[in-house]
Design a protein around this ligand. Structure first.
Ligand code: ATP
Length: 297
């Protein structure tokens, strides 16, 4: 095998709670992660030259070691003394720096792809362990599906019969938010509303999207909404337009809404795009590997 194509899927957080802060400054979290259909196309080809070459459809994206896809390839080359190099093409469709784990998922896909391409024989578990040194979201991007993430985000419990199928409207405001600055500004003791993770998992098992919509909760909004009111306005608008619930994903700034009907989601996409003057507004879906065929709409 000389080349491989993969889909690096985006994620959202259905709940995001911050439990505490470690002495090293890292925050411990409890969040329900969910993979979306939306993906970056990843193409990897073996090359004789011992280098990692990256190209992307976004000409401003770093193509050197600052790119997480590069880091994933470098980690596997170094760890397993791979002599050959790789050419990687990233067809970016996931909005960048948007709380959708775009970089982490590209890195995860490159590691999964190189494991196959170079017949490294690594188990999913081993790949996830290795990837952790590059970022706490990456093991989840290898795992995919619905999962509870605890610790620093790396302690993962897959949720059997995960999130029921529904349509997900994404809208990214024209603002860039640094994840580090959000966590730095977070005042844990002032947070009044924490997600009810248990109840969310229960309603998920009931396949009750309406109840799930009411339980969406992200404590990082306490930092981002006072700074960027557009996040609150987008959430409100999605509810008015028929979403079962709406929330900011990760550290933002993308807002998502859960819809039972595709038609309603599409109408909301059209209206929000126009009214807010945003480019990155589109409808995608909840994605789960095994249950996909059995999803009812
Ligand atoms: P998370 O949800 O994990 O916090 P994010 O969706 O907010 O991530 P990314 O899209 O991963 O953010 O981008 C964050 C930064 O990472 C950007 O500034 C970007 O330049 C850099 N980056 C490095 N590699 C990539 C990549 N392959 N795709 C997108 N961004 C990348």
């Amino acid at each position: 095998m000389h080349e491989i194509k993969l889909r690096a899927r985006a994620k959202i957080n259905l709940t995001l709670d911050v439990i505490g802060k470690q002495s090293n400054g890292y925050h411990t979290v409890c969040m329900i992660m969910q993979t979306l259909s939306l993906y970056d196309g990843i193409y990897i080809k073996r090359i004789d030259k011992p280098v990692i070459r990256i190209k992307s459809n976004l000409d401003w994206l770093p193509t050197d070691e600052k790119n997480l896809a590069y880091k994933g390839a470098e980690l596997l080359r170094d760890t397993f003394h791979i002599q050959e190099g790789v050419f990687i093409y990233l067809d970016k469709k996931i909005p960048v720096a948007a709380g959708l784990a775009g970089g982490s998922t590209d890195c995860a896909a490159v590691m999964v792809g190189m494991n196959k391409l170079f017949k490294l024989g690594l188990s999913k578990k081993r790949l996830m362990e290795l990837s952790l040194q590059l970022g706490t979201d990456i093991p989840y991007c290898i795992l995919q599906g619905t999962a509870l993430a605890e610790g620093l985000g790396e302690k993962l419990t897959p949720i059997a019969n995960g999130c029921p199928f529904c349509y997900v409207l994404l809208a990214k405001p024209n603002i860039s938010i640094s994840t580090a600055s959000v966590y730095q500004a977070l005042e844990l003791e002032k947070i009044q509303k924490h997600p009810n993770t248990k109840e969310m998992l229960f309603q998920m098992q009931q396949k009750d999207i309406t109840e799930m919509g009411k339980l969406l909760c992200n404590v990082l909004e306490t930092v981002t909404i006072p700074r960027h009111n557009e996040i609150a306005l987008l959430k409100q608008k999605m509810l008015i337009l028929g979403a079962e619930g709406s929330l900011m994903s990760g550290s933002g700034a993308t807002v998502f809404g859960l819809f039972k009907e595709k038609q309603k989601a599409k109408e909301a996409e059209y209206i929000i795009k126009k009214e807010f003057g945003l480019r990155d507004v589109f409808v995608t879906e909840i994605w789960n590997k095994r249950k996909r065929k059995h999803f009812h709409k």
